[in-house]
Design a protein around this ligand. Sequence first.
Ligand code: TNX
Length: 618
Amino acid sequence: MKQIFVVVLVAFAANCWAQNDANLGIIPAPLSVKKAKGKFTINPETNFIIDSPAHKAVILLKEYLRKNGYSNGVVDMNTMSRKQGPIKNSILIQTNFKGNTAPEGYELKATDDQVVLNGRGPGLFYGVQTLIQMITPEKMGFATIPCGEIKDEPRFRYRGMHLDVARHFFDVDFVKKYIDVMAMYKLNNFHWHLTDDQGWRIEIKKYPKLTAVGSNRAQTKVGNFSGNNLDLYDNTPYGGFYTQDQIKEVVAYAKERYINIIPEIEMPGHAAAAIAAYPVLSCDPSKNYKVSETWGVVTDVFCPTDTTFRVLFDILDEVMDIFPGKYIHIGGDECPKDAWKASTFCQNLIARESLRDENGLQSYFIQKIERHLNASGRSMIGWDEILEGGLAQNATVMSWRGETGGIAAAQLNHDVIMTPGSGGLYFDHAQGKSALEPLSIGGNAPLAKTYAYDPVPAELTPDQQKHIVGVQANLWTEYIATPAKAEYMLLPRMLALAEVAWTPKAAKDYDNFSKGRIPRHLAMLEGKGYNYRVPEALGVSDTTLKGGEFRFDLSPTVEGGKVFYTIDGYTPRETDMWVNGRLNVNVPVGRAIDLQTTVISPAGKRSNVVKTTLDNGK
Ligand code: TNX
C-alpha cells in the first residue's frame, strides 16, 4: 500500500498577515483601502498625539494600550508647542481636522513614519476600532501597522444586534460583554428584548408585581418544544430581572461606545408574564394565569381596555425615563386573536370604533400606543405584524417574516429595518448540519448565508430604497441558556452581519472574508475570552472524490490553530497528526479512504469534523 505523506507544513506567519490582505485584515471591510508597501512600527518611543483627550475614542484607545501592556505616551496636541509637519514616530488622532468625512466616517493613513487618523464623533471611534484591528503585536512593547490609506463610512445608519433576555436571562456583565463585541464591529443599535411570555425582566416601580411575579417561572421545558418528550420539564424555578439602576448603567456603558439601546416591551401578544402578574390586563381576569414554562405562541394577550392602556402608558413612561433613545420597540408580533374573539368587550369596541375585525383592533391598539410615544417625542418600532389592519402613522417596521412586510412598509414611505429569518439573520438557527450542532430552534443559517444577505430589495424604487435604514440580526434564546452558547451562536455570524450592515455591496467578498480575515479575528476574540463556533477546516468538504492521488491545501479557520486529520476511520483529535498546508493522500486501487479533519484552536476549541471520502474504485 502506498504511503500517505505530508509534503509541506505552512506555519502561519502572523506578523505579515494583515499586510497581505486586500482589506488589511479589517472587519467590516472598509469603503476603500489602498495598500502601500511597508509598515509602521510602534515601539516604546512612539507617541499617540491627540487633539481631543476626552473623546470616547481616546478613552477606548488608552484602555486598549493599558490592557495590552503598552506604555506609550498619549500626548495632548493642544499642549504641544509646535503642531506642524508629520511628527515622526507618532500616531496622530484628530477630530478637529479640516476635511469632510461622513457623520460616521473616518480616514486613516499609515506610512513608515506616521499614522494619521481623522474623524468626528462616532467616526473617530470607528477609526480607532480599525486602528486597533490593524495592530499586530510583536515582542513586548512593539507592534506593527501595515501601510496604506483607508477611507471609510457605513452603508447603513442602523446596524443592529438583538438579544432576547426574556426566555433566558443574561446578567449585566454579559450584556456589557455583548455590547463590547458589537462596538468592535461598528454596530450601533442594541435591541434589548426585555419582556415575553416566559419572563418580565425590567423593574417597573409603579407595578412591582411585573418582576416580583412576572420574572419567575416555575420550571422550563427540556429540549425542543416541538420534538419528543413534550411533557418533560426541568422542575426548577427560573428567574432574573434588571433594576432600573442596572439598566441606566448599561445605557451609559453603551453610549460610551456609540451604541443606542432600543428597549422592547411586547404587546399586545407575548404578554403572559405580565398577565400572570396582573390578570386584570387580560380579557378574562377570572382565569388562572402563569408565566409560560414552554415556548411558542400563547393566547393570553393584553385586552384593549382603558385599564390596560393606563398601565401600559405608565410602563412606557418609566421605560422612556431610563432609555433616552428616540426609538421604543413595542413588539406587536404573534398576537393570537382568540381572547379578543371571545370577549364581549372587544366585540363591542370593534363595533363602536367601526373597526374591520380583530386585525383592525390590533391596529387600534398599536396606534393608541404610538400616539402616546409620539406625544413624548419618541418613535415607535414594531415587528411587521403592525402592518396588519393598517399601519400606525410614523412607525418603523422590523421585517422578520421574510422581506414582504419591509417592502410593503417602504412602499408606504415608512422606515424599515430588515431582519428576515430567511436571510440568515436569525442567530437562533443552526450554523451547520443540525446533528453536529447544539440544540437549536430549527432552520439553518450558516455563516455564508448571513454574509450573502442584501437588505435592499430590488423591487423597490430608488426612493423607496432609502427607507431601508438598516439591518439587524436577532438572538432569540428559547434554547440558549448560557453565555457560552449565546456567544457560540453569535460568533462569527455577527461579523458577517457587520459586513452586511457596513460594507458597500460591491466590496463584499466571502472568500476574502472567510479565509483571509476571519481566522485572525477568531484568534483575537478567543484571546479576549469570547466563545465562538470554530468553522470547519478550509480546503476540504463533506463529499466523495474519485481518484487515486489527492492533494489538499488545508488551513485552519482560527489563526494559530491546527488542522488535525485521520485516514483510519477514527474521529480526528489532538492526538492525531496535523497539517497546515499541503497534504497528499494516495489511495490504493480498489479502496476508499475517509479523510477526516477538524480544526483545533489555540485554546482547544474544535470545529465539526469534515469527512471527505477518497474513492479509488471500490
Ligand atoms: C418568532 S421574530 C418570534 C419570537 C421567537 C422566534 C424564534 C418574532 C418577532 N417573534 O418570539 O423567539 O420566532 O425564532
